[in-house]
Ligand binder design. Structure first.
Ligand SMILES: CC(=O)SCCNC(=O)CCNC(=O)[C@H](O)C(C)(C)COP(=O)(O)OP(=O)(O)OC[C@H]1O[C@@H](n2cnc3c(N)ncnc32)[C@H](O)[C@@H]1OP(=O)(O)O
Ligand SMILES: O=CC(=O)O
Ligand SMILES: [Mg+2]
Length: 532
């Protein structure tokens, strides 16, 4: 099938059934227009990230920006939110896969963040089929029949949809405008918005988004300007779009209020994206020889640097009349072991109780089976109220809290092996087209896998990368463990009846990204180039 493309656009990918309904000339012209208007700024902001990293590598430490003091001191609030976003006690998330979309809408959660990002492997088919699925879902025409003949349809009452496009760093390599790749995030946003914004409004919802991995208020300003132009182009009033920013990088923590301010006409608050946050802390300070975090499993929401970030986020949001949404525990139901399952469910309950008591207005869950537990935890604190935006959080948080990265021990052989095992398993699955995987009874996605691979890099490089038995974590040790862990991963995957074809390549990429002197900024960058 061939498409009628706007001048200057090329698409180098197969056009599968129904893709032409998404890749219409009008929708693609909209993509091209936004690309031409904003791509130079995306490039500048990505360069600014590289420049900032170089300064941090040379010893600069982040702090609040003097030039935005007036915003932090000013008296302003975000614009009022529509009714559909008042109650977000439980938000389920998941990749844009047809059956999962229906299950998530029907899960009983207040809202559903449908994900082109951390839980999605962004191959061409997933991206465009994902748009087809969402197009059908918005119109309540989505259905699915599994191999056993079970039929899936939307219930009468469904969760409010929010869409997470890709982050600024990822391109959509199959689509070129004037010979240049378009931004993955802009592409996802533009196609979804073009086809669905009006339809959503007519159904009492709205075009609601989640914005991932921002590192500064200038990156939020770019999204805001895109929203303004997009709304103008299709004739919707400015402020119709609402977007929640994932506060999931250490640098953005110093600009929380500025991010809310930039998006104030379009802001639906902030979310504590804990996994990318931990990854960002490692990435930004990886060359600092004083800093080296312990085993991945020990870095939870209750270690002091994470706790102070979580509380500061509620403080910033509620001061500005914006929702504060909690992040996701990686615990998921464990079908095969009732005792382990009970422990996992207790972990979820603990996580949501803490967030609700801290003042969060809601929180994320990874799986429909977790919705009732999270709902109970938030209802216990909120009662009949849809949210607790009025709850103000005291305290002064800043660099001394957020940059005090502890604990540094234990680092154990089991911890090293777990990072290698999870990293290879996740990369192999991603290359095979699945961006969210249960591994050792935990949800693993791009953000959790980033922690695994960046810890290996850091432990090899840092003088503090020493295991509790006294051995150093060296490149040789990692090289010797990779084939052993690869064999275990392949055995696990085969036992689940899945193909192992992508796992050798995954192990090769994992080794390279863990041991190269130049830390790859995101694991998805080399992986995306490795896929068709
Ligand atoms: C760091 C971050 O960005 S967090 C946000 C990104 N991460 C996510 O969104 C997590 C999404 N979650 C998932 O993909 C899955 O829950 C996994 C991979 C963790 C576990 O998947 P599975 O082992 O297949 O779960 P399980 O077998 O228990 O699923 C049972 C049913 O629930 C469905 N289900 C599980 N998770 C979800 C979900 N998040 N959304 C919708 N349906 C779901 C399954 O499709 C399955 O449906 P079926 O019974 O109709 O066939
Ligand atoms: O996107 C969420 C995160 O924790 O990362
Ligand atoms: Mg994330």
């Amino acid at each position: 099938m061939s498409l009628n493309l706007p001048q200057g656009m090329q698409i180098n990918a197969p056009i599968e059934a129904r893709f032409d309904e998404i890749l219409t000339p009008e929708a693609l012209a909209f993509v091209a227009k936004l690309h031409r208007a904003f791509e130079p700024r995306r490039r500048e902001l990505l360069q600014a990230r590289i420049d900032r990293q170089a300064r941090i590598d040379a010893g600069e430490m982040p702090d609040f920006l003097p030039e935005t003091q007036h915003i932090r001191d000013g008296d302003w609030q975000v614009a009022p939110l529509p009714k559909a976003l008042e109650c977000r006690r439980v938000e389920i998330t998941g990749p844009v896969e047809r059956k999962m979309i229906i299950n998530a809408f029907n899960s009983g959660a207040d809202s559903y963040m449908t994900d082109f990002e951390d839980s999605n492997s962004p191959n061409w088919s997933n991206q465009i089929q994902g748009q087809v699925n969402l197009f059908d879902a918005v119109r309540r025409k989505i259905s699915y029949t599994n191999e056993a003949g079970k039929e899936y349809r939307l219930n009468d009452k469904i969760a409010t949809m929010q869409v997470r496009p890709r982050g600024w760093h990822l391109d959509e390599k199959h689509v070129l405008v004037d010979g240049e790749r378009v931004s993955g995030g802009l592409f996802d946003f533009a196609l979804f918005f073009f086809h669905n914004a009006r339809e959503q409004l007519s159904r009492g919802f709205g075009p609601f988004f989640y914005l991932p991995k921002l590192e500064s208020h200038l990156e939020a300003r770019l999204w805001n300007d895109i929203f303004c132009m997009a709304q103008d182009e299709i004739g919707l009033p400015r402020g119709t779009i609402k977007a929640t920013v994932l506060l999931e990088t250490i640098l953005a923590t110093f600009e929380m209020e500025e991010i809310l301010y930039e998006l104030r006409e379009h802001s639906a608050g902030l979310n504590a994206g804990r996994w990318d946050y931990i990854f960002s802390c490692i990435k930004k300070f990886k060359k600092n020889t004083d800093f080296c975090l312990a085993n991945r499993a020990t870095i939870n929401m209750e270690v002091p640097f994470m706790r102070s970030y979580a509380l500061a986020l509620v403080q910033a949001c509620h001061k500005r009349g914006a929702p504060a949404i909690g992040g996701m525990s990686a615990l998921i139901p464990i079908k095969s072991d009732p005792e382990a399952n009970e422990k996992a469910m207790a972990g979820i309950r603990h996580d949501k109780n803490r967030d609700a008591n801290d003042g969060y207005d809601g929180g994320w869950v990874a799986h429909p089976g977790l919705v009732p537990i999270a709902m109970e935890a938030f209802t216990k604190v909120l009662g009949d109220r849809p949210n607790q935006w009025d709850k103000q959080v005291g305290g002064n948080y800043g660099p001394s809290d957020w940059l005090d990265f502890q604990p540094e021990q234990p680092i154990t052989e089991a911890g090293v092996r777990n990072n290698i095992n999870v990293g290879i398993h996740y990369l192999g699955s991603w290359l095979a087209g699945n961006g969210c995987v249960p591994i050792h009874n935990l949800m693993e996605d791009a953000a959790t896998a980033e922690i695994a691979r960046s810890q290996i890099w850091q432990w090899v490089v840092s003088p503090k990368g020493r295991m509790d038995d006294g051995r150093e974590v060296t490149a040789e040790l990692i090289r010797s463990m990779i084939p052993e862990e690869l064999a275990k991963v392949k055995a696990t995957v085969s036992a689940q009846g899945e193909q192992t074809a992508t796992y050798d390549q995954a192990a090769g990429i994992f080794e390279k990204m863990s041991l190269t002197p130049d830390f790859p900024e995101f694991l998805t960058l080399p992986l995306y180039e490795a896929m068709d």
